[in-house]
Every structure is written in C-alpha cells, then in structure tokens.
Design a protein around this ligand. Structure first.
Ligand code: NI
Length: 130
C-alpha cells in the first residue's frame, strides 16, 4: 500500500512546527484541535513526504499516556486505500487488530475515512480513504 503520511507524536506542537519548518518542511494543513480525540493536529510536507504532528491537548487526552511512554517520536505510518472496508478486512486476516474502527477523519473539505490497527511486530498503522 502507498504511504499517505507518517504520524508523529509531540508534546509542544508549536515548538515542533518551528523545528520542522527549520528543517525545510512547509505547512500542508494548518493546526486544528480535535476535541473528540483530545489532540491538536497539523500536517507538514517536505518533498513527497507528509508528516502529521499529533499533540495531546491535556493530561485527559487518550494520547497522553503514549506521549509519556515514547516521548516525541514517530508512532504510526498511514496507508492510502480506495476501499477501506476491503483493506480493513484484509488487514484483520493478516493479524492486524483494529484499535479504532472506521470513522470520519482528516481535516479537508471532502469526506475522508480512517481506521487504526495494531500488529505486535510493527506497532500501529492507519488506513486513509479519501
Ligand atoms: Ni495519521
């Protein structure tokens, strides 16, 4: 599957953006706050690569424990799909365990859907249909 973006967990999203800009990235999609997931999200781009910065909005965020555990770090690779139901079913057969069911996602004007899976050998991956 083709890679859509790399998810990157950070504690301070403004400071992280400043550092990525110094490394030659540009803003791909401005920072938004996703209150249902308790995170701030910003997409940056550099060449053909897109990095999604994810930052917990507080100690109550579902992402706060992972940040505490792994620190500022990449934590998922997201893959593009044109049929998220079919690829989700295939991943389940291949030993990927769903951690977040298929749900609306992203921050573009057009509808997109995402789902997350965990595999004990490679960790967290995301599917992106849009
Ligand atoms: Ni992602």
């Amino acid at each position: 599957m083709e890679i859509h973006h790399i998810g990157y967990l950070v504690k301070d999203i403004s400071a992280a953006i400043e550092k990525f800009l110094q490394l030659g990235y540009h803003i791909h999609e401005d920072t938004i706050t996703d209150n249902t997931r308790g995170i701030d999200v910003c997409f940056l781009a550099n060449g053909g690569y897109i990095v999604e910065l994810v930052s917990p909005t507080g100690a109550q965020s579902p992402m706060a424990p992972m940040l505490k555990k792994i620190g500022n770090s990449p934590y998922h690779i997201c893959y593009k799909t044109t049929d998220i139901e079919a690829d989700a079913a295939l991943l389940r057969k291949q030993g990927f365990v769903p951690t977040q069911p298929i749900a609306p996602g992203g921050q573009t004007d057009r509808p997109v859907r995402v789902a997350f899976f965990f595999n004990r050998h490679i960790g967290l991956i995301e599917l992106f249909e849009g």
